[in-house]
Write a protein that binds this ligand. Structure first.
Ligand SMILES: [Zn+2]
Length: 270
């Protein structure tokens, strides 16, 4: 857990956990011999992948950005979001807004808790916000089991709010459509008193994606959109001099974007 102020807003990065993952899946359209010149893996071709999510306290609203792996713990290595929330000094009952950057399992599996065989909302007083395009995709052609477990129960309780396009959720909290990884993928711009933090979501999975915005992951549903979404978001990050949160970089997933000749470079902040 890493906690710091952004102007008058308090931000915490919650570490849901880390486990080794096949690197090749992040560079799906790149020959292995090419990405291997820039990245070392273990003997199985795996690299450690972090899962860093957000807690934002605007003073009026407590907001969680993505809910993590929940009961899917990878032998105890993931699913730590609620412990991290407590470490940051918050209770789940205080959360009024949950932002889901997209509907993939690693970002939504703690939307609910299992109680007596029934799925109940983890954050009982929250409205959960998801882009309509992701709702329609993962409830339809891109259907995943997590959708039935983690989205449908919220919808039935009237707790799911579907948004379209750029959406100001609260003062200083702006949802930006960033399609490519999924059709309704959203990033979150957090701003207060001239300071900016950009929670990227899965626009980039690995720091090498900043230097090589045309390298895309196997999980992108609309990979042709990913490079142009990155170009747009990178310009915004530089324009605002924003601190970045890259959820799947190693904890705490914080960094800055630097220009590197005609390209970009990710600078990790510890
Ligand atoms: Zn992810």
């Amino acid at each position: 857990m890493r906690k710091f102020p952004v102007g008058q807003i308090q931000l915490a990065v919650l570490d849901d956990g880390c486990f080794p993952f096949p690197a090749a899946l992040f560079f799906h359209n790149v020959p292995e011999a090419v990405w291997r010149t820039q990245l070392e893996t273990d003997a199985q071709g795996k690299i450690p992948v972090g899962h860093n999510y957000g807690l934002v306290d605007t003073g009026r609203e407590v907001i969680v950005i993505d809910t993590g792996y929940g009961e899917d713990t990878h032998d105890g290595r993931t699913g730590h979001l609620l412990e991290e929330l407590e470490r940051a000094g918050y209770r789940r009952e205080q959360v009024g807004i949950v932002i889901l950057t997209h509907a993939h399992g690693d970002h939504i599996k703690r939307n609910t808790l299992l109680q007596s065989g029934k799925r109940i909302p983890t954050f009982p007083h929250a409205r959960y916000h998801l882009a309509r395009a992701d709702h329609d995709w993962f409830g339809g052609p891109g259907h995943v089991q997590e959708f039935d477990e983690q989205i449908v129960p919220l919808e039935e309780l009237g707790l799911l709010v579907l948004f379209d396009g750029q959406t100001q959720l609260a003062p200083g909290i702006l949802l930006l459509p960033t399609p490519g990884h999924t059709p309704g993928h959203a990033s979150v711009l957090i701003e207060s008193q001239g300071q900016s933090v950009l929670f990227l979501g899965d626009v980039c999975h690995h720091p090498l994606h900043f230097a090589h915005p045309e390298w895309v992951s196997a999980f992108d549903t609309h990979p042709a959109l990913t490079p142009q979404t990155r170009a747009r978001l990178f310009s915004l990050a530089l324009e605002r001099d924003a601190l970045l949160v890259c959820p799947h970089a190693l904890a705490p997933g914080l960094g800055r974007l630097q220009r590197d000749g005609g390209s970009y470079r990710w600078q990790t902040l510890h």
